[in-house]
Write a protein that binds this ligand. Structure first.
Ligand code: NAD
Length: 250
């Protein structure tokens, strides 16, 4: 029960990694503000978890983020932990990218992470501490075909988090998780398309790129994220954990 009495603010919580983190956080005694662009999905996940709330918000919009943080604080009484996972996949040859498409990538991933951190920090400071985990990707660490804007946004999250850890320490910790390939709402259509309509085939092709020769499950990312959010990681800040089945090792 590492999170007894604690509250998590989880963006992108209506699906995938942040839904898994929300479920594990609640299973270990915490309550969660499940935040997502899709308010129905956020409420559905929060509805499974005792004392939690679902909130609709767009992380790329400052008013929306500020209102969600206020609502979480009012309805749950406090915010101790933050998981920034809202995001979308988009890739292709750089010549095909418009500035608008690039700006959306940067404003959701890097901008959203910045805005949520900015608006939760006063609450974490007031409570004397807290733990933030931001989601990057192995695309922040290694090159992948046709993935430069996504890699740039994830690289920004990695650097921002390292810098922020210095500014908000010693009581507030900031870390990054940089996952490899994981089965979520974001990746299922991509692997299905890669496999010519078969998820299993596409996933098996992509799985050849890592040591463990399989795609990860969201719970396998929730485990290291919840470790970083918990007091067990009390001497860890400004760094990154890479749950990728060994993809960046080869
Ligand atoms: N799944 C993977 O293999 C993988 C690997 C590395 C990194 N990531 C990153 O993990 C994070 C979570 O992805 P996932 O795989 O769980 O995907 P997902 O699609 O299952 O969940 C992402 C959620 O974010 C929400 N969202 C999108 N834009 C938003 C916005 N502007 N404001 C609020 N919510 C928004 C979506 O509605 C969705 O519910 C993303 O940042 C993604 O880039 C995923």
């Amino acid at each position: 029960m590492r999170f007894e009495g604690k509250v998590l603010f989880a963006t992108g919580g209506g699906s995938g990694l942040a839904a898994a983190v929300s479920r594990r956080f609640a299973a270990e005694g915490g309550r969660v503000a499940v935040v997502d662009l899709d308010g129905d999905r956020a409420s559905a996940v929060a509805g499974e978890l005792d004392g939690s709330v679902g909130l609709a918000a767009n992380v790329a919009d400052e008013e929306s983020v500020s209102a969600a943080v206020r609502a979480a604080r009012e309805r749950l009484g406090r915010i101790d932990c933050v998981f920034n996972a809202a995001g979308h996949a988009d890739f292709g040859p750089i010549e095909d990218w418009s500035l608008e498409r690039w700006n959306l990538m940067m404003s959701v991933h890097a901008g959203g992470t910045f805005l949520v951190c900015k608006h939760v920090l006063p609450h974490l400071r007031e409570q004397g501490g807290g733990s933030i985990v931001n989601v990057a990707s192995i695309a922040a660490l290694v090159a992948q075909p046709n993935n430069a804007p996504y890699g740039a946004a994830k690289g920004a999250i990695l650097s921002f988090s390292r810098q922020l850890a210095l500014d908000v320490g010693p009581t507030i910790r900031v870390n990054v998780v940089a996952p490899g390939r994981v089965r979520t709402g974001m990746t299922t259509p991509l692997y299905t398309a890669r496999g010519g309509g078969s998820y299993e085939k596409g996933a098996a092709m992509s799985a050849q790129l890592n040591v463990q020769k399989r795609i990860g499950e969201p719970e396998e990312i929730a485990a290291p994220v919840c470790f970083l959010l918990s007091d067990e990681a009390s001497f860890i800040t400004g760094t990154v954990i890479v749950p990728d089945g060994g993809e960046t090792a080869i």
